[in-house]
Design a protein around this ligand. Structure first.
Ligand code: AMP
Length: 663
């Protein structure tokens, strides 16, 4: 299939702001794409070459791209940089230069989707000596063979910024539309502009109407008799009872129907939810639309529902809900287990024979950064094939106490010095679930059974490789003592889990897990600086520097940067918008440098946050993690704001933890 067809699609998508239209363009395109290249096309439409967990990178930066464009078009790098500064997009620069190309490529052959995809994927595989040159050659050649518009998108794909506004939800809806009936329904007064529009303009499609719809539509005068007759001549239109529709296989390949038009909203919602639910389920288990599209096309809903975990490909994990208190959490479930809630990296561990792979909650592949964890799994998990979950935390080597997450986070994306960090920030793994064992998915087993299975395959090394500390109780006193113990040991809180619950990938399910952690008290702080916003926040300050006061000198000391809790638009009277805050602060601006503004401390705000961390980046030596605006404290003067002493105190009280040694 020619790449120019894909480039045309990209261009239409880039120009079209409406989601529904974008969905339609993609659906029409993939419906006509042969299965052999469907996964490639779906990947490319998302601007990707690999699923998100792939560990290798394309590794072509703008600088190398400028060189590649220079070599393939004959223009100088300086000129390309000049155009880049003007157009802000190397894709557009390449397009423009190919139009005015100085060098003529002999034997120009048309680019195909297969060729572009396989060649670009090679980029990630090239390593070692001369890698840069070899990568450049691939890109250079593709650009040389590309027509102007094709060059725009090849360049953007390589740079991983396609700019066509296709989010994950649009791809899901496009798959639904391409391979399953489109299900539409009228409201009680027979209104639905999309359906009336279809009746007036659609041709060559197959429709099924719920019995009685036509009569009601004509009686209400929503379309004329003539219009409906024309519609029936131009399309294949038939009627079915609700019962018949309910029993239909809505997979286009099986029923050959494009649209089902209903009056019954409930059935409409049900059928639609069944289709989207099947795609979503497949996505949670196999977050790769390349695979999913092929299954939807060739096996329909049943195929999607039967997608299995593939060891080595991560799945979206079960999420927790917040509980207002331990007592309420405990009342929620008939049979409850309470576990320590560790503050670390959620780790999805895949094991197949001697091969171990590690993924984060966001499905990043972190196997190479944790060789110590890989070894622990190899030596202590007694299963040929499994997928298990746990929380990996960093341990202070001096005190053996848990370290705040920020220490472990230094290890997560580490490519160098890994072995030094293994010594400095050793890990502890706390396993808490198993979802796959030797060919069997365990989602439908209750948690109590999954935990038993997990126990049976784990060889425990206390303090290093263990099961999450757990207590099974309904007694509030016992639960409170356990919670207190968790906090005293420096953990974040507890998880209350329903022992009877199944595992729902990708979801926050009622009846699954409830997290309980102490609420940090809010702080009143001054705003002493800001950064001008960009994008939606341009024209206003977009983030704000927070400061506390040194109780001895009265000096203002920075302790964080806030951009959350502020609204873009006012929907409630109490909302504070970026505009409001900017206008409040502008009279106190003292200095502007680039996009940074220094502000005289005048405005006091109340701030909530998740945690206080040590930080060399702020003059107070501390930083608030995830600060969020609660309100402006008009009633408070800056001399009354919270002090450094208070921040130090709250830091030391956090989770009963004393400050880590030596750090
Ligand atoms: P949160 O990120 O605050 O929504 O809390 C949920 C996260 O807590 C999970 O994604 C895990 O990474 C983490 N966690 C820590 N300990 C446990 C545990 N015992 N069971 C489940 N999740 C845990």
């Amino acid at each position: 299939m020619e790449y120019s067809k894909l480039a045309d699609l990209y261009e239409r998508l880039e120009k079209e702001p409406a989601k529904l239209k974008k969905t339609e363009y993609i659906a029409n395109f993939i419906a006509q794409t042969p299965s052999s290249i469907l996964p490639a096309v779906i990947m490319l439409i998302q601007g990707k070459l690999f699923p998100q967990w792939y560990e290798k990178e394309i590794g072509v930066a703008s600088k190398m791209m400028v060189k590649a464009i220079a070599l393939s078009t004959g223009f100088s790098e300086a000129y390309i940089m000049e155009r880049f500064a003007k157009l802000g997009d190397l894709g557009l620069v390449a397009e423009e230069l190919i139009k005015n190309k100085k060098q003529v490529t002999l034997f120009q052959k048309p680019l195909t989707i297969e060729l572009v995809y396989t060649n670009l994927r090679k980029l990630a595989e090239i390593e070692g000596a001369g890698a840069q040159d070899r990568k450049m050659n691939i890109v250079k050649e593709l650009i040389a063979f590309a027509k102007p518009k094709e060059a725009r998108y090849v360049v953007r794909t390589v740079l991983e910024e396609l700019r066509i506004g296709v989010a994950e939800g649009i791809v899901r809806d496009a798959i639904a539309k391409a391979y399953f009936c489109d299900i539409l329904w009228f409201d009680a007064s027979m209104n639905n502009p999309r359906i009336t529009e279809l009746i007036k303009s659609c041709s060559n499609a197959v429709f099924i109407f719920e019995k009685g719809t036509k009569e009601k539509l004509l009686a209400r005068g929503k379309v004329s008799k003539d219009e409906f007759e024309r519609f029936e001549r131009n399309n294949k239109v038939s009627e079915k009872s609700l019962e018949e529709i309910k029993g239909m296989n809505v997979w286009k390949k099986a029923c050959g129907v494009d649209y089902i038009i209903l009056m019954d909203e409930r059935l409409g919602n049900e059928l639609k939810a069944n289709i989207l639910g099947a795609i979503e389920w497949a996505w949670f288990l196999r977050p790769d639309y390349g695979d999913i599209t092929l299954v939807a096309k060739e096996k329909g809903i049943e195929g999607l529902k039967n997608i299995k975990i593939e060891v080595g490909k991560p799945v979206y994990v079960l999420l927790a809900e917040k509980a207002p208190s331990l007592q309420e959490a405990l009342q929620e479930y008939e049979h409850a287990a309470i576990e320590f809630k560790y503050d670390g990296m959620r780790t999805q561990i895949h094991k197949k024979g001697n091969k171990v792979m590690l993924f984060t909650r966001r499905l990043e592949n972190v196997t190479n950064a944790f060789p110590d964890l890989v070894e622990l799994v190899k030596n202590n998990i007694k299963a040929e094939e499994c997928v298990i979950e746990g929380e990996t935390i960093g341990i202070d080597p001096q005190t053996s106490k848990p370290l705040p997450f920020q220490y472990l986070s230094q290890r997560i994306h580490r490519k160098y010095d890994i072995h030094r960090l293994i010594k400095e920030i050793p890990i502890q793994v706390n396993l808490f679930d198993i979802i796959y064992l030797n060919g069997e998915m365990l989602f439908n087993k209750p948690f109590r059974e999954r935990r038993k299975i997990l126990e049976s395959i784990t060889n425990i090394i206390p303090g290093q490789f263990q099961l999450a500390e757990q207590l099974i109780t309904k007694d509030l006193k016992e639960a409170e003592a356990f919670y207190k113990k968790a906090l005293e040991m420096g953990q974040e809180g507890v998880m209350v889990k329903n022992l009877d619950a199944i595992y729902q990938p990708g979801k926050r399910v009622a009846g699954g897990w409830l997290k309980v952690k102490p609420v940090m008290e809010t702080l009143d702080l001054a705003i002493t600086g800001a950064l001008w916003g960009t994008g939606k926040r341009s024209g206003w300050f977009g983030s704000f520097i927070l400061a506390c006061r040194d109780q001895n000198t009265g000096k203002f000391l920075e302790c964080g940067m806030l951009g959350t809790g502020i609204k873009e638009k006012k929907t409630n009277k109490e909302d504070i918008t970026f505009k409001d805050l900017t206008e409040m602060l502008k009279p106190y601006v003292e200095l502007e440098k680039g996009n940074e503004v220094k502000i005289r401390p005048k405005i006091v705000i109340e701030v909530a946050y998740e945690e206080i961390q040590r930080s060399p980046n702020y003059s107070s030596g501390y930083a608030l993690r995830f600060p969020r605006l609660i309100r402006v404290r008009w009633d408070k003067d800056v001399t009354e704001i919270d002090t450094l002493e208070r921040i130090k105190y709250l830091f030391s009280m956090q989770r009963g933890r004393e400050s880590p040694t030596k750090r």
